[in-house]
Design a protein around this ligand. Structure first.
Ligand code: ATP
Ligand code: MG
Length: 663
């Protein structure tokens, strides 16, 4: 790999130490934990598993592991073999025998402003009743259940009820279309679907039941549908298919109260979850019980520094892995209080999140760079309307966060008082793998800092040799860890092919990264997104970061367009801040010069396009592969996980106006 030009990122390195007051109260205060874990990783994870998770039966052996390789079949990875437990027991039951019985588990607010609080005891009751309903439909251990719901407490209840009886849940994000739902139901082989009449999003109804009905036309194996009445439609307006569709509330009225937890083996499946589809067709990751629960409980406790008194809010949807791990399983296993919000950040106005933080006195906020950049675009007046002094810790996940956005988050939202934990992980990894521990890690804006204790990551070149500091390469994981996905559901060969064939014995993440002199990891985006301009490897992340630092720019996506002479040339798609005007030829020149000044002529964008929105997945990630398709005049690849298809259509039109069709 050519010498990288990541210098603009690394050179502006600023170190922010966690405030002394934070350090002193942190759950992890001793940096010795890294060495302790490195000395005996399996022993370290066994101690964590013992301390943080309740087991019905202890394990006989901590780990059995054969690195997946072509031609071999699962199981390749087993943690806590012989151990027995139940994830729902850990998230619910064990708190009901302590004072937490009356503690708020979920503080929920709907988009229209309706509110509910569920204690751990409330959860215990509703989860057991709903688990009995599932059983009454013949759902047994190992059966798959698809869940397609709005962000209401019943979504968490449905998930936990599945875990309670050993059913494998497959949650499909409520923003997905009927086709996306259909594909996931068919792939998982579910016979039962849990949905709702609809949900609220920006004042509009999300027609979940209608989509479900459309999807089910092509899912002959689904025999039963349980419909939660969110109340966006009058119950009489919801078409219910006789014999197939059942109202949640009707069933709950007569469901028996007690449902014992199924005893699960550590390696019994817990759930299937499809990846976001940023790079192609979504992959159904299979996670198992023991290792996953250990991973999410430990990372949630240490990275979010959770305390019993905290009010913790993760803004993700439970339909994504972030919601699985850091709204449901991690926080509830830790007996935490979570805030759950149904709707859009700009309803009724652009200060809704800040109003929620003020209202519930939220202490810990976990969100995405894409949300942060949107708030930057809207301007500071919205957060300034609210008292957010309750916040003490901030987190981000989902994409590389450019230093500019990190600093904005730190200063404008956190009042320069709250450590920011930039957490790198994937649907595949189940829990956070690279992140600061906020009481001991000196922070560098733009860097996810270091692998979590017991996690072993490296940045390597094509041949697998470690890259020296400052040289970018491929991020790999060199050792097994408890929460890793065990296979791709129904397609073990794809699992081996995607993650294990590039570097035998190591997990290939698909992400590019660079380590600095201090051993800090800087994530640079997808490997496929790294450009090769006249033999220079330039990360899209770096160029985007520089563009976003320009005062006019709110968000930028950069791709490499094929070029006969240079191999590839950078093309930038830019969203301007609302006070920066429309963007014309002058702005194009200004931004090009800015990039040249900051990185060098080599990175000068060949083209800059202005757009009100960038194409994003429904989880909010920029889909650069579609921008590449547009810039190279190709038919668009898989667009089923796109949030707003009109964005690419408009961009294609703008592109063709400039270059003529088929350019
Ligand atoms: P698909 O695998 O279907 O293309 P996806 O990779 O977007 O979809 P996820 O599992 O939701 O699906 O996302 C994981 C990816 O998100 C990581 O591989 C990485 O590229 C990116 N990511 C997540 N957190 C961070 C972070 N803190 N910094 C940089 N990148 C991140
Ligand atoms: Mg991925």
């Amino acid at each position: 790999m050519e010498v990288a030009t990541v210098q603009s990122l690394l050179s502006q390195e600023r170190v922010i130490k966690p405030p002394e007051s934070f350090r002193q109260q942190a759950n992890i205060r001793d940096p010795g934990i890294y060495d302790e874990a490195a000395a005996d990783p399996a022993g370290f994870w066994a101690r964590v598993a013992q301390q943080m998770v309740s087991w019905f039966r202890p394990w006989d052996k901590v780990l059995e592991y054969t690195p997946p390789s072509p031609g071999t079949q699962p199981p390749w990875i087993k943690w806590f073999i012989g151990g027995q437990l139940n994830a729902c027991y850990n998230c619910v039951d064990r708190h009901t025998t302590t004072w937490r019985r009356t503690k708020a588990a979920i503080i929920w607010e709907g988009e229209p402003g309706d509110e509910r609080v569920l204690t751990y005891q409330d959860l215990h009751r509703d989860v057991q009743k709903f688990a009995n309903i599932l059983k009454s439909f013949g759902v047994r251990k190992g059966d798959r259940v698809t869940i397609y719901m709005p962000m209401v407490p019943e979504l968490a209840i449905a998930v936990l009820a599945c875990a309670r009886i050993g059913a494998v849940h497959s949650v499909v994000f409520g923003g997905f279309s009927a086709e996306a739902l259909r594909d996931r139901i068919l792939d998982s082989g579910s016979r039962l679907l849990i949905t709702a009449d609809g949900g609220w999003r920006r004042g509009n109804i999300v027609p979940l039941k209608r989509n479900a009905d459309d999807a089910l036309r092509e899912c002959p194996d689904v025999t039963d549908v349980i419909v939660f009445h969110r109340g966006v439609l009058d119950a009489t307006m919801v078409p219910m298919k006789e014999g197939r569709d059942h109202w949640w509330h009707r069933m709950m009225e007569k469901a028996p109260l007690d449902c014992p937890c199924e005893v699960m083996d550590s390696e019994d499946p817990l759930f299937i979850l499809y990846t976001s589809g940023t790079t192609g067709k979504p992959k159904g990751q299979l996670h198992t019980t023991g290792g996953y629960l250990v991973g999410v409980t430990a990372t949630h406790r240490w990275i979010f520094d959770i305390k019993d008194e905290d009010i913790y809010w993760c803004t993700a949807d439970i339909g994504w892995v972030t919601g699985h791990s850091y709204i449901v399983y991690g926080p509830l296993s830790n007996g935490a209080t979570v805030v759950m919000y149904e709707g859009a950040p700009d309803f009724p106005d652009r200060d809704r999140w800040w109003a929620l933080i003020e209202k519930y006195r939220v202490n810990i906020l976990y969100t995405t760079p894409t949300a942060i950049r949107t708030f930057m675009k809207w301007g500071e007046s919205y957060p300034q309307r609210h008292d957010m002094s309750s916040l003490r810790l901030l987190g981000t996940v989902g994409e590389p966060i450019n230093p500019e956005a990190w600093i904005w988050y730190y200063e404008t939202i956190g009042g320069s008082r709250c450590p920011v934990v930039d957490t790198w992980w994937q649907t595949e990894t189940g829990s956070i793998l690279i992140s600061p521990l906020p009481g001991i890690t000196d922070l560098k804006p733009g860097s996810a800092t270091r692998p979590f204790p017991g996690i072993f990551a490296e940045v390597v070149d094509e041949k697998g040799n470690p890259c020296p500091p400052g040289v970018q390469g491929y991020l790999v994981l060199t050792k097994p860890y408890p929460s890793m996905s065990r296979t791709i559901w129904g397609d073990p060969d794809r699992y081996v092919q995607t993650y294990w064939s590039r570097y035998p014995g190591w997990y290939f993440t698909g992400d590019a990264a660079v380590k600095d002199q201090d051993g800090y990891f800087w994530l640079l985006g997808r490997v496929d997104d790294v450009m090769n301009v006249s033999g220079h490897r330039i990360s899209t992340m770096e160029l985007e970061s520089v563009l976003v630092e320009h005062p006019w720019v709110a968000e930028a996506a950069v791709i490499g367009r094929s070029d006969d002479v240079k191999g590839q040339v950078p093309v930038a798609f830019v969203t301007l801040r609302e006070d920066a005007g429309e963007g014309g030829p002058k702005a194009v020149d200004e931004l090009k010069q800015y990039v040249v000044r900051r990185i060098g002529a080599i990175a000068r964008p060949a083209d800059i396009f202005f757009t009100a929105e960038l194409p994003k997945t429904r989880s909010g990630k920029i889909m650069r592969r579609l921008l590449r398709d547009i810039a190279e005049g190709r038919v668009l690849g898989d667009t089923t996980t796109l949030a707003d298809p009109t964005v690419v259509q408009n961009l294609r039109q703008v592109y063709e106006e400039r270059y003529g069709e088929g350019s």
